[in-house]
Design a protein around this ligand. Structure first.
Ligand code: FES
Length: 564
């Protein structure tokens, strides 16, 4: 047995007298009413991200009670502590701008406090990747716990759940097909229970990926937020954290685990954002998310899950259809079944030897996939020398091969000011481009890549157009949308040089994205380009100085495993 200090004896404050430090720590902890017995136990930290500004986390107080119960059933001392919490629509310029801040905060608190292990309780889009990035960097034994998806509402004969339905109704409202009165009513019906967005958006995709990587039980990815199973999963997480054999993230995160995570994103028809987050998670472990390998995997990995925004179902349907176990069973010949989880169990053992029960309405067989190929592709070319992403499972096949003049918006203010103008020089064939919205831009890579269809075209019935940008798109959105163009415009990538009227060519068949402008013209534009001013202070300045491009997960350089 290890002689390493445990519980409150771990990570003593440094006064130059360790015994004094521990005496003071016990004394102050005793002021909270703990007995000497309680203070002698192993400690399990619980990262508490409940916040009045985070609706997706509103069930966290109940989950923490259940985690504590699990810890105490095993004889440990549970200690919840607050960290940064991020809710997708609650932050400006966007939640992505603060994902690395949450990771930095969580890593520091997990590393510095007297914790033998930790349960990281998250759920909303950025919180789960931030917590796993933190856990990997801190390398403290950890179990991930998510709040789980919201349940779909019933409204006038329809099922509704954030947020594919939000976008569908908003598009209809913009096109003049839904009244202001009706959109106001719908606003209150889109997210009717606790939990994260109820479709295969970023939060759901990341929960499934984290389970596949081995940081969470498989059923933990999809059990609905309001189901009693969710509380039992929380209790089990507390018990797990008391296991002496709980492994450190560095023992779980491997290239095989990473490739399993990549496979799962593809088979889910998962969110494009998961690519950025998994790249950042990989970077914390000293691994590389290889976009070309991901693209090759996409051609051999069918989409098997029939959920919005790609298909029809909601996350609760996925769960009741068999969830991750059923999905991984279908994919088993494409997975590294010897990758191991937090307990050292192989993925093959976790899936089991028997075919699980499955509802084929939502989790298809390999012979009858939703799509024979994976949901995402990567593109390279003169407009994206370091790559870009497109969700082909949510795109319009007639736009897969498309060459046209582009219309450029320089930043979000320009987009908002002009997109709905009656005189906007645009046809359904025009390629809409948004530049200067990447991770280095003042906008911080928001989910603005799903540019609205210009109102005059939306009213004429246009549902999709080719759109391109260096920012992201909500995992709940759909359309022929090229994202994460790298290098971004703010870093001086070719995107910075694009002007309205240039011809651009997208070819999904060739995986290419090209700017059809001669080199002399581009050289003249490059000579006129200048980088944005360095922010004066604070977090914005640190991001400006350190943020990496999308293919490296938009992490901060000094927080990656190599620091480079
Ligand atoms: Fe939190 Fe969608 S806004 S998961």
């Amino acid at each position: 047995m290890s002689n390493e200090p445990h519980g409150l004896a771990r990570n003593a404050s440094n006064y130059g007298d360790r015994e004094l430090a521990l005496y003071l720590r016990r004394s102050f902890a005793a002021s909270m009413g703990y007995s000497r017995d309680a203070l002698s136990r192993r400690t399990v930290g619980i990262a508490d991200t409940a916040s009045d500004l985070n609706n997706c986390h509103r069930s966290i107080p109940d989950l923490i009670e259940a985690v504590k119960r699990g810890v105490m059933l095993e004889g440990g001392l549970p200690l919840a502590f607050p960290t940064v919490s991020l809710c997708e629509p609650s932050l400006t310029p966007c939640s992505m701008h603060f994902r690395n801040l949450m990771a930095l905060d969580t890593e520091a608190m997990v590393s510095a406090q007297p914790l033998d292990s930790v349960v990281l309780v998250g759920g909303c889009d950025k919180t789960v990747p931030a917590q796993l990035m933190a856990a990997i960097s801190a390398d403290v034994p950890a179990v991930m716990l998510v709040t789980g998806p919201m349940s779909a509402n019933r409204y006038m004969g329809e099922r509704l759940a954030a947020c594919t339905d939000c976008r569908r109704f908003w598009s209809q409202y913009r096109a003049g097909n839904v009244s202001a009165e009706r959109i106001a009513v719908i606003e209150e019906q889109l997210a009717a229970t606790a939990g994260t967005c109820g479709v295969m958006g970023t939060a759901s995709t990341m929960a499934c990926v984290v389970a596949a990587l081995g940081f969470m039980p498989l059923e933990g990815a999809s059990a609905p937020a309001v189901h009693a199973d969710r509380l039992r999963i929380a209790e089990a997480a507390g018990r797990l954290c008391m296991s002496k054999t709980l492994r450190r993230p560095s023992e779980v995160m491997s290239l095989k685990a990473l490739e399993n995570g990549m496979r799962v994103i593809l088979a889910l028809g998962g969110s494009t954002n998961a690519v950025v987050h998994l790249a950042a998670i990989a970077g914390r472990a000293g691994l590389e998310f290889d976009l070309k390998r991901f693209d090759a995997m996409s051609d051999e990995t069918p989409v098997l899950v029939d959920l919005k925004p790609t298909g029809d179902g909601y996350m609760e349907d996925f769960h009741y259809a068999g969830g991750m176990r059923a999905l991984l069973w279908e994919l088993r010949d494409l997975l590294h079944l010897d990758a191991t989880d937090y307990e050292g169990r192989t993925l093959g053992e976790r899936i089991g030897a028997e075919a699980p029960w499955v509802d084929r309405a939502y989790i298809r067989a390999r012979e009858t996939p939703v799509s024979a190929v994976g949901g995402l592709v990567t593109l390279y070319g003169s407009l994206a020398p370091d790559g870009a992403i497109l969700k082909r499972s949510a795109a319009t096949p007639s736009l897969f091969e498309h060459e046209a003049e582009c219309l450029v918006f320089d930043g979000l203010e320009d987009l908002a000011a002009r997109i709905d103008g009656d005189d906007l020089p645009v046809t359904p064939n025009t390629i809409l481009i948004l530049k200067n919205a990447g991770p280095l831009s003042p906008y911080g890579m928001p989910e603005a890549g799903h540019l609205p269809i210009p109102q005059k075209l939306a009213r004429a019935g246009v549902k999709d157009m080719v759109r391109m940008s260096d920012c992201r798109m909500s995992g709940t959105a759909y359309g022929t949308v090229v994202l994460h163009i790298a290098p971004e415009a703010a870093a001086g990538g070719p995107l910075a040089l694009v002007e309205s009227g240039d011809r651009v060519r997208l070819s999904i068949k060739n995986r290419s994205l090209d700017l059809l402008v001669d080199e002399a013209t581009l050289a003249a534009r490059r000579a006129r380009w200048s980088p944005r001013a360095r922010p004066a202070r604070g977090w914005d300045r640190l991001v400006h100085d350190q943020v990496l491009q999308a293919p490296r997960g938009a992490d901060l350089r000094f927080l990656t495993a190599s620091g480079e």
